[in-house]
Design a protein around this ligand. Structure first.
Ligand code: NDP
Ligand code: MG
Length: 383
C-alpha cells in the first residue's frame, strides 16, 4: 500500500490523481491533502478518504472548513509550513506535487530531503530553481517522476538509456486555444476565448500558458532540467491532435515516441506506479485505426514569441528563468482578472526580462528575492 499526499488536491491534476487512487484502493491510500480555498471540491475527498492531515491556504479557510465538516482542528495545517509538513511526513511514501506556480518550491525541496518518491507536475518550480532542485535530487538520490504528459512521454521513451545516445528531444505542442489565429486576430481575444483549449481540460493558468505558448517554453526548461539535456537538443513541433505526447531521436536516427489518448490520468498513474504499470478500465484505449492522419508543423517563433523568450531565458540561465516565470505568473493572473489584454502578457514578460541584470547561480534566498521583486514591480504598474 503506497501512502500518498497530494499538494493541490482540488485542482485539475489533483482531482485526476484522486480518481486514479480511487480506482486502485488496494494499491494506494490518500494520507494527506493540501488545497488552497476550494472547500466545495475538498469536502467530498475528505469524506471519502479521511486523510490524516489536511492543509489549507490560510486560517480563514481552516475555520470555514471546521464549520462544514467534522475534522479535529489539529489535523488541519495552514500555509507553506503545512505543505512542507505533508511533503516530508514519515508516514508518506509518495508526494504528488500538483500546486500551481513557484509556491511549490519549498515543499519540493522538503520532499527531496526526506527522500520521498515525487510525482511531479509543478513545472514552475523547476523553471524558477531548476539548478537547485536537481542538485538536491542528485544529492539525496531522488527521482522526480514526471506527470507532465510530454515529460512522461520522454521518460518512457528514454527507458533508462544513456543520455549520450539522445540526439534530440522533440516536444509536441497542440498549439493551444488560438493556434489558428494570426497575431492580428489576437488583439481582441477574451479570457473566455483563451480558456477554451481544444484538446485538454486543465487549470486556468496552464490553459492561458498554452494559448501564449509559454507552457511549451516552461516545458522546454523543465525537460532541460529533468533529463539534463542542453537546450540545443530540445526541439518543439506543433501537433494538433495531441496523440504523440513527445519523442526522442537517438544518435542512430531511431525515433521513439509515446502515444495515447489525451488523458492526464495516464501519466499521473504511471508516476504513481513506476516502475510498474497497472491496468485501468476507465482509460480510453487509443484506436489507431481511427486516426487516419496526424499533423506536424514547425512552430513559428514570431507567431509565438513566448517560446523564444523561454529558450533565451533558459540558455542565459542563472536568475533569468526565475524572472521569466514570476513575470508570467503575475501577467497571467492580471489577464485572468481582466486587467490587461492577452497580448500584454507577452509585453510584460519581455520587459521584465530586458530589465533584469543576470545573476549567475543564484541561491534559494536570491531566487525568492528576485521572484518577489519581479511580481511587486509588475503588480504596482497595473494597480
Ligand atoms: P489548478 O489551478 O487546477 O490547481 C492548483 C491547485 O493548487 C488547486 O488545488 C489549488 O487549490 C492549489 N493551491 C493554490 N494555492 C494553494 C495554497 N496556498 N496552498 C495549497 N494549495 C494551493 O492547476 P492544475 O492542476 O492545472 O496545474 C497544477 C500544476 O500542474 C501546474 O504547475 C501545471 O503547470 C501542471 N500541469 C497541469 C496539467 C493539467 O492538465 N492541468 C498538465 C501538466 C502539468 P484551490 O483551487 O482549492 O485554491
Ligand atoms: Mg504538458
Amino acid at each position: 500500500m503506497k501512502k500518498i499526499s497530494i499538494l493541490g488536491a482540488t485542482g485539475s491534476i489533483g482531482l485526476q490523481t484522486v480518481e486514479v487512487i480511487e480506482e486502485h484502493p488496494d494499491q494506494f491510500q490518500l494520507t494527506a491533502i493540501a488545497f488552497g480555498k476550494n472547500i466545495e471540491k475538498a469536502i467530498p475527498i475528505i469524506q471519502y478518504h479521511r486523510p490524516k492531515t489536511i492543509v489549507v491556504a490560510d486560517h480563514d479557510i481552516k475555520e470555514k472548513l471546521t464549520l462544514q465538516i467534522d475534522v479535529a482542528p489539529q489535523h488541519i495545517l495552514v500555509g507553506e509550513e503545512g505543505l512542507i509538513d505533508i511533503s516530508c511526513d514519515r508516514e508518506i511514501d509518495l508526494v504528488v506535487n500538483a500546486v500551481m506556480g513557484s509556491m511549490g518550491l519549498p515543499a519540493t525541496i522538503a520532499a527531496i530531503e526526506a527522500q520521498k518518491q515525487i510525482a511531479f507536475a509543478n513545472k514552475e518550480t523547476l523553471v524558477t530553481a531548476g539548478h537547485l532542485v536537481m542538485e538536491k535530487a542528485k544529492e539525496y538520490n531522488v527521482n522526480l517522476l514526471p506527470v507532465d504528459s510530454e515529460h512522461s512521454a520522454i521518460f518512457q521513451a528514454l527507458n533508462g538509456e544513456d543520455k549520450k545516445s539522445v540526439n534530440q528531444i522533440i516536444l509536441t505542442a497542440s498549439g493551444g486555444s488560438f493556434r489558428d489565429k494570426t497575431r492580428a486576430d489576437l488583439s481582441g481575444v477574451t479570457v473566455n476565448d483563451a480558456l477554451n483549449h481544444p484538446n485538454w481540460d486543465m487549470g486556468a493558468k496552464i490553459t492561458i500558458d498554452s494559448a501564449t505558448m509559454m507552457n511549451k517554453g516552461l516545458e522546454v526548461i523543465e525537460a532541460h532540467w529533468l533529463f539534463d539535456i542542453p537546450y540545443e537538443k530540445i526541439d518543439v513541433v506543433q501537433h494538433r491532435e495531441s496523440v504523440i505526447h513527445s519523442m526522442i531521436e537517438y544518435v542512430d536516427r531511431s525515433v521513439i515516441a509515446q502515444l495515447g489518448t489525451p488523458d492526464m490520468r495516464v501519466p499521473i498513474q504511471y508516476a504513481l506506479t513506476y516502475p510498474e504499470r497497472l491496468s485501468s478500465l476507465s482509460f480510453e484505449p487509443l484506436d489507431v485505426k481511427q486516426l487516419h492522419q496526424l499533423h506536424f508543423q514547425e512552430l513559428d517563433m514570431n507567431r509565438f514569441p513566448m517560446l523564444r523568450y523561454a529558450y533565451e531565458a533558459g540558455k542565459k540561465g542563472g536568475s533569468m528563468p526565475t524572472v521569466l516565470n514570476a513575470a508570467n505568473e503575475v501577467a497571467v493572473a492580471l489577464f485572468l482578472q481582466e486587467k490587461i489584454t492577452f497580448l500584454e502578457i507577452e509585453t510584460i514578460v519581455e520587459h521584465a526580462l530586458q530589465a533584469h541584470r543576470l545573476i549567475q547561480s543564484p541561491d534559494l534566498e536570491t531566487i525568492n528575492q528576485i521572484d518577489q521583486e519581479t511580481r511587486i514591480k509588475i503588480d504596482e504598474a497595473h494597480r
